[in-house]
Design a protein around this ligand. Structure first.
Ligand code: HEC
Ligand code: HEC
Ligand code: HEC
Ligand code: HEC
Length: 117
């Protein structure tokens, strides 16, 4: 019995490490985070990360300043916009392992040249 359990445990360990290496990561995050999935996946890799994990390193008020727009374009600021203010989850517009378009572009044609799909 014990031997069978050990074999099973080794098999599972093998499967886990395969899936860990299978995901694409952003270059800008690889440099600071490496392979440590839990830095973002605080509730396990089968759940999307919450904003809390992103906010360990990013700051919403800073972001709102960096992407600020002026005049009548003011409320197109993705980090402080007309409909949601500063309260839209990061993952609605930023992917890590897959390309992602900003949510706004499913209804508008605003230009976000700095966005890294
Ligand atoms: C351990 C710290 C850390 C965590 C956690 C983290 N980031 Fe980052 N992120 C960085 C660093 C450092 C950079 C590169 C410098 C910069 O652009 O701010 C970066 C860059 C980015 C960029 C690209 C900026 C550009 O230059 O275009 C985006 C978008 C981004 N992060 C979004 C997120 C999101 C969304 C999350 C949560 C799912 C997250 N980050 C979690 C540290 C982190
Ligand atoms: C910088 C934060 C960050 C790190 C580090 C990170 N992830 Fe993710 N992960 C995300 C985000 C954001 C999503 C939401 C969907 C997407 O971006 O592809 C996600 C979604 C997932 C999903 C859901 C399935 C899917 O692809 O849609 C899996 C599985 C996953 N991550 C595995 C991993 C593994 C394994 C690691 C470690 C090698 C890892 N993640 C590291 C941010 C991160
Ligand atoms: C589900 C569709 C939908 C999504 C997603 C959406 N909007 Fe809108 N938005 C609308 C509608 C409808 C109006 C009102 C009609 C109009 O003026 O175009 C509007 C109006 C606006 C306006 C004022 C009018 C204009 O065109 O300048 C701004 C600014 C705006 N949205 C920004 C955003 C931003 C930024 C996002 C992403 C965070 C976003 N919207 C996401 C549907 C949407
Ligand atoms: C409504 C969509 C949306 C949401 C929600 C959103 N972002 Fe962004 N983010 C963008 C877009 C679009 C850009 C590029 C802006 C441009 O081109 O002017 C950007 C740029 C960035 C940058 C680079 C800033 C720079 O100086 O170039 C970082 C870092 C970032 N976002 C992190 C985050 C984090 C962390 C969250 C959650 C707290 C978040 N974003 C929420 C759409 C969004």
């Amino acid at each position: 019995m014990k031997k069978a359990n050990l074999v099973w445990a080794l098999l599972l360990a093998g499967l886990t490490s395969v899936s860990v290496h299978a995901v694409q990561q952003r270059d800008y995050h690889k440099a600071v985070i490496g392979n440590d999935c839990e830095v973002c996946h605080d509730q396990g890799v089968d759940q999307y990360p919450s904003d809390k994990t992103c906010l360990q390193c990013h700051d919403v008020d800073e972001l709102a300043k960096e992407t600020a727009r002026s005049g009548e374009d003011r409320w197109q600021n993705p980090h402080d916009n007309l409909h949601y203010g500063k309260d839209l989850p990061c993952v609605e517009c930023h992917g890590e392992h897959h390309p992602k378009k900003p949510l706004c572009n499913s209804c508008h044609t605003f230009k976000y040249d700095k966005h890294q799909e």
